[in-house]
Design a protein around this ligand. Structure first.
Ligand code: HEM
Length: 449
């Protein structure tokens, strides 16, 4: 295989509208383990210096476990570089793009806020929301878009509960996440699904600041503070209200906590920190599941025996969800920057180089998983189970919402599978144009009872 053509294919966001090129990943993973990818200018994506793409399970873990060598803060965690110092400063205000000790402090505060009581209450509400969403599905036409028409609402409801925001404002988060994640896909860049007439006073106030599209029809770059003034306004109003009158949601618990950890940074969460956490949760906890839940359904549509087995014994669903996460891998890549000269898989990497880990490749690594392309709902049922998949990352930044994501996927699939007799595909699905998220824009299905 021509290495230049193969890596150009992997970089191009357009490639993923027809699926992940797994055969290309497999060959590069076996032969090289790590490859150099050029970053030529593409539509909506300026030319960049290029990056190393890490393909093997073991090397992905090594990179993610070592923030002192592979920094999240130095250049952020997205492949595309922030445009200039000010945008870099802006993304660094989010914990996703921090290194220890700043990251450790926020992470500890958040951990402490997910109290067992709050988590139990949230899980209970997840099951209630999933039930109500499937009630609505069964009251509607038998042919439905399982992505936007069914799955998208669950993470929005759950985030509204977690963040303590009025449920009627939840589709604002759908639009914000589209603007951020959908920057690579023209269909999502100017998303406006929120019904302004139905929102709260905060929503009306925030919407007045929504920027108009520019001459190219796009909204400003969402990775700058000016790009998301409506989100920041909303977060500010919500955070200030929580300071005044805390609720029993996780963000209210967070806002009233203090950290006196060994790093000596200490203190509580400032309103500005809350605004940035709101941004992160509204995006990270939303798009990922909106793609993860339909991704699980894609696996069942392609594997009727698995659908039959889970219908016969729904207690197997939580273990099957683990395999869905490995097989689908909703987040395909994340980025770090080398802080010093180092080697990965025998390849010298220079200080300052971009290092991108491929979860999509690591989760199909044949040295870790037998028949890695096969979707096997019993893969994680054997004892001892195979190595954990990396769909939620690894190391200090491992997904903070992983358990909540598992609870949501399990709740939704349990409702759908126990309340219908069969689900089949009708018509063509549509995949997101992105080299970051493995997005499902449309998944037409027909259900039967
Ligand atoms: C299937 C669904 C999900 C997937 C595949 C996923 C994936 C990931 C991955 C790969 C990371 C690591 C980023 C890195 O190493 O730089 C991450 C971090 C994060 N995720 Fe998730 N996520 C999911 C759902 C959620 C949910 C439901 C929430 C919130 C309720 C959430 C909140 C976060 C946060 C706050 C971080 C940053 C953690 C940190 O920087 O320490 N995620 N996620």
């Amino acid at each position: 295989m021509d290495l230049g053509a193969a890596t150009a294919l992997l970089h191009d966001p357009g490639t993923y509208t027809s699926g992940i090129p797994y055969a290309v990943l497999a060959e590069l993973r076996r032969e090289h383990g790590i490859v150099r990818v050029a970053e030529p200018a593409l539509p909506g994506w300026p030319a960049g210096p290029g990056y190393w793409l890490v393909l093997r399970h073991t090397d992905v873990r090594t990179v993610l476990a070592d923030p002192a060598t592979f920094s999240s803060a130095l250049g952020g965690t997205q492949i595309r570089d922030p445009e200039g110092e000010e945008d870099l400063r802006y993304v660094r205000a989010m914990m996703l793009n921090m290194d220890p000790p700043e990251h450790t402090r926020l992470r500890r505060l958040l951990h402490a806020s997910f109290t067992p009581r709050a988590v139990r209450a949230l899980d209970e509400r997840v099951r209630g929301h999933a039930g109500a969403i499937v009630d609505a599905m069964l009251a509607g036409p038998a042919e439905v878009d399982f992505a936007k028409g069914v799955s998208a609402d669950l993470p929005l409801f759950v985030l509204a509960d977690l963040l303590g925001m009025p449920a009627e404002d939840r589709w604002l988060m759908f639009d914000w996440a589209n603007r951020v994640i959908g920057w690579q896909d023209p269909d999502y860049a100017v998303s406006a699904s929120f019904d302004a007439g139905a929102g709260s006073a905060y929503a009306a106030d925030a919407l007045a600041l929504r920027p108009p599209p520019g001459p190219d029809g796009r909204l400003p770059d969402p990775r700058s503070r000016e790009g998301m003034p409506d989100l920041y306004r909303y977060a500010h109003l919500l955070g200030a209200a929580k300071r005044e009158a805390p609720g029993d949601d996780i963000m209210s618990i967070l806002m009233s906590s203090r950290d006196d950890g060994p790093e000596g940074i200490g203190g509580g969460v400032s309103l500005e920190e809350f605004e940035n956490l709101f941004w992160l949760f509204a995006v990270a906890g939303n798009e990922t599941l909106r793609n993860g839940i339909p991704g699980g359904m894609v696996a069942l549509l392609a594997n009727p025996d698995a659908q039959r087995a889970l219908r016969a014994d729904p207690s197997r669903i939580p273990v099957a969800v683990e395999e869905m996460l490995r097989w689908w891998t909703p987040v395909m890549t994340f980025r770090r920057t080398a802080t010093r000269d180092v080697e990965i898989a025998g390849q010298p990497i220079a200080a300052g180089d971009k290092v991108v880990v491929s979860f999509a490749s690591a989760n199909r690594d044949e040295s870790v998983y037998d028949d890695p392309d096969v979707f096997d709902i019993d893969r994680y049922a054997v004892r001892p189970p195979p190595k954990a998949h990396l769909a939620f990352g690894y190391g200090p930044h491992v997904c903070l919402g992983a358990n909540l994501a598992r609870v949501q996927m399990t709740a939704m699939l349990t409702q759908v599978l126990t309340r219908t007799s069969w689900i089949e595909a009708v018509g063509e699905p549509a995949w997101l144009r992105s080299n970051f998220q493995r997005g499902v824009k449309r998944l037409p299905i027909r259900w039967r009872v």
